[in-house]
Design a protein around this ligand. Structure first.
Ligand code: SF4
Ligand code: SF4
Length: 248
């Protein structure tokens, strides 16, 4: 088969109507994250930093990481419009986004795999001598690999002062998913940051939980609503916003 390229994968994703942008990062240990993760422990995710930076702990013979940014699920049939009491943030209104996006990753992979498997030619995406078995692991908001960082490296966007990934197509309103695979795919390039450091996303935070590229989880309404029964009636996504996005 022809070399499986990021643009081929994007075309497959488009043909499946996944409402997603595709990027690819080379599998490597993301050592640059180590000091940051030591300095800023994060709830919800693996405490073992190696689990967050090392894709070979996910798939020992990993070669590439296909990263996807999915638009919010506003077109889902059971999408819930903004409730009057504002208790359901937009990212949760389309249903269980983790399951839905994981299903989309699996659908994409099955299509990729069927195209590769049907081709009698030696596969240029596998290292010479490698067993011709195609492997993939699927991660969506998994708390394992640092999805945002890998998405940034794969060119899916830049990271704002609010700690979120800004995707040119979906803005901050996107979910991220990864396919860790032993296929060797040419990586895509990172894009330049569009953040002007205006701090306006930080200023919108009602509890001052946001610092510059940091978050005090004990003050974050969204985090508390998801983790503490006493605050489960609350909701907040005021920082999912960008002055830059409005201008463009
Ligand atoms: S609102 Fe300003 S500081 Fe925040 S991400 Fe956008 S440009 Fe950057
Ligand atoms: S979700 Fe709300 S409380 Fe949490 S950081 Fe964003 S603006 Fe602040």
């Amino acid at each position: 088969m022809n070399q499986l390229s990021p643009s081929t994968i994007q075309s497959i994703a488009n043909s499946l109507h996944l409402n997603a942008q595709v990027g690819v990062a080379q599998a490597r240990v993301f050592t640059e994250l180590e000091p940051i993760l030591h300095a800023r422990p994060t709830p919800f995710v693996r405490a073992d930093i190696q689990q967050r930076i090392n894709p070979f702990l996910v798939l020992p013979d990993a070669k590439s990481i296909i990263a996807l940014a999915f638009g919010y699920l506003c077109n889902q049939p059971d999408y819930i419009p903004a409730p009057s009491d504002d208790t359901l943030p937009k990212f949760r209104r389309g249903g269980n986004y983790r399951n839905i996006c994981k299903d989309r990753l699996k659908l994409l992979w099955s299509k990729i795999e069927s195209q590769i498997t049907c081709d009698p030619e030696p596969n240029p995406n596998l290292a010479p001598g490698a067993a011709t078995s195609f492997k993939a692991k699927f991660l969506v908001d998994s708390g394992r690999l640092h999805e945002r960082h890998i998405a940034k490296i794969a060119g899916l966007g830049w990271i704002g002062m609010n700690n979120l990934l800004y995707n040119p197509r979906f803005g901050f309103e996107c979910y991220l998913g990864l396919i860790v695979t032993n296929l060797d795919i040419a990586p895509t390039s990172p894009i330049a940051s569009g953040c002007t450091h205006c701090r306006e996303c930080l200023n919108r935070c009602p509890t001052h939980a946001l610092g510059e590229y940091s978050l005090d989880y004990t003050k974050c309404i969204s985090y508390l609503a998801q983790t503490d029964e006493r605050y489960s009636h609350l909701s907040c996504d005021k920082c999912v916003w960008c002055k830059w996005a409005i201008k463009n």
